[in-house]
Design a protein around this ligand. Structure first.
Ligand code: NAD
Length: 476
């Protein structure tokens, strides 16, 4: 569904009216126009800063250089010597900010390593790095903070200082969102440095256009799992299954996984067979029309995967339904249907395919919702299933890691699909504007996040739920 208000405010008349009456102007988000590139940051100025004693400069600088970035540093930065020696160790060249004072030439990406924060006073280094430059963050700019997970911090004061980045990042996201710029935080667990390069390629590029105000915990990759040598076509040779692939978010996920080289198996209800076929035809996908709640669905999926492809490397549990009613008015059927499709089927299919159907190293992604985090009146059934997914991926992560793979969830915010088009006009309009980016997301935004998590770029992400919601204020 189209966001007519956003379109209007970018027309000549709409812009003039919005300026005259001080109405909000949702920014046009810059989304990825291509598959993952070998050097996605070429021609981009990335300003890098760190606290003294930061533990991540080498990993970050190596990743930025490999991605083609022009790495800039602040000439009088207190940790300049440390940055220079880290850059020398990984053969990354540095330039100063000279020439970037002009707004038009400003850096578009700001990366700050806070892993060395050990006291409240240290936080002043973050302020000094960003405060003088915040007004120059351009449209669609990126601020990415890095920290150690507070649980890994050496002292309570270090834990407090690292955790402080969460609130800083969320507040900054709300300040810069109206420009389409985003702020996010990566909490890097011990050993997760090895996977940082893949995660940066998602968070610093337009693949993450609608991910805002989030902190993501990274963990050490499982044995045998590694980043791809060449980041181009990270899913080539992989077989990826997507449920609910006929339309909406599922169709976008299938197309995006195919864009990165995966062979797609699309599943949807038998009555959607024609739509499923039409979606899959665009990338020669294989259709499997079945109801995922059918008693024999897990067995049929397993058998079909075994017979046609020898197994699956990626499984995306996307199919979902709503049957909204307040609890007082909710029928047992509405409860059972939603619980059955959104949660029960996922558990049953995974249980079966973990025995036979998933290849070693399989990466699974389940679609949750911010409704499972913040809750919505009229969605006790839906909210229960979407929160259930969050607990489920956390619990299953060690099991998948043992097999060299991972399981994660994506929690979409308000996304322009058939599901949200059916909402009453008032709540729909409120849902759209209630985010830092003051607009709903598109199915491609969820598809990009799912593709990232399904790929070896996310080798350091397991058991996590990533919100893709433009920093929707619900459940924050
Ligand atoms: N649209 C949003 O704003 C939003 C927000 C948060 C979460 N989500 C979640 O994203 C996922 C996709 O949502 P969407 O908006 O694309 O929905 P949609 O209704 O447009 O598409 C859902 C697809 O799932 C299929 N499906 C439903 N029940 C099935 C079953 N029993 N077996 C097989 N296929 C089945 C449908 O036929 C349909 O093709 C869902 O899990 C939804 O809960 C959506």
């Amino acid at each position: 569904m189209t966001d007519r208000y956003l379109e209007f405010t970018h027309s000549t008349l709409g812009r003039a009216l919005a300026d005259t009456f001080g109405l909000p102007k949702p920014p046009i988000l810059q989304r990825a126009q291509t598959a993952y590139l070998a050097q996605p940051l070429s021609e981009q100025n990335v300003l890098f800063g760190t606290t003294q004693g930061g533990e991540l400069p080498q990993s970050v600088l190596a990743a930025l250089a490999a991605a083609g970035a022009t790495i800039r540093v602040v000439a009088d930065h207190p940790a300049l010597a440390e940055i220079k020696s880290a850059a020398a160790a990984v053969n990354a060249s540095l330039k100063t900010e000279a020439g970037l004072e002009d707004k038009a030439a400003a850096a578009s990406i700001f990366v700050f390593d806070g892993s060395g924060l050990s006291s409240v006073e240290d936080l002043r280094q973050l302020y000094d790095f960003l405060q003088p430059r915040v007004a120059r963050i351009p449209a669609n700019g990126r601020v990415l903070l890095l920290a150690r997970a507070p649980a890994d911090a050496a002292t309570p004061a270090a834990a407090a200082a690292n955790a402080a980045l969460r609130g800083f990042m969320r507040s900054l996201g709300k300040e810069i969102g109206r420009r389409g710029a985003t702020a996010n935080l990566l909490e890097v667990g011990r050993g997760a440095e090895q996977g940082l390069a893949g995660v940066l390629r998602f968070f610093l590029t337009p693949h993450s256009a609608y991910v805002d105000g989030q902190n993501l915990l990274l963990s050490a990759p499982p044995k045998g799992a590694s980043l791809p040598n060449n980041f181009v076509g990270p899913l080539s040779g992989k077989v990826a299954v997507v449920t609910g692939a006929a339309r909406g978010i599922g169709a976008a996920i299938a197309a995006t996984l195919a864009r990165e080289g995966a062979r797609i198996v699309g599943i949807d209800r038998p009555q959607e067979e024609a739509a499923l076929g039409a979606t899959l035809a665009a990338f020669d996908g294989y259709g499997l029309p079945l109801d995922i709640t059918a008693a024999d669905a897990p067995q049929r999926i397993g058998e079909e995967l075994e017979k046609q492809f020898g197994g699956a490397d990626i499984f995306i549990h996307n199919a979902g339904i709503t049957r909204d009613k307040t609890l007082k008015n909710m029928s047992p059927q509405a409860w059972d249907q939603v619980l059955g499709v959104n949660l029960g089927a996922i558990l049953r299919i995974n249980d079966a395919l973990l025995k036979k159907g998933f290849n070693d190293g399989a990466r699974l992604v389940c679609i949750s919702s911010i409704g499972g985090i913040g809750g919505n009146a009229g969605q006790t059934n839906y909210g229960a299933t979407k929160a259930g997914i969050i607990g489920y991926v956390e619990a299953m992560a060690p099991l998948l890691a043992k097999r060299g793979g991972a399981i994660n969830a994506v929690a979409p915010g308000f996304i322009e699909t058939h599901m949200t088009a059916e909402m009453p006009v008032g709540p729909r309009e409120v849902g759209r504007r209630l985010s830092s980016l003051s607009q709903g997301g598109l199915p491609i935004d969820i598809a990009e996040a799912v593709t990232f998590l399904a790929s070896p770029l996310a080798v350091a992400v397991n058991g996590r739920t990533l919100r893709v919601c433009g920093q929707n204020f619900m459940g924050a």
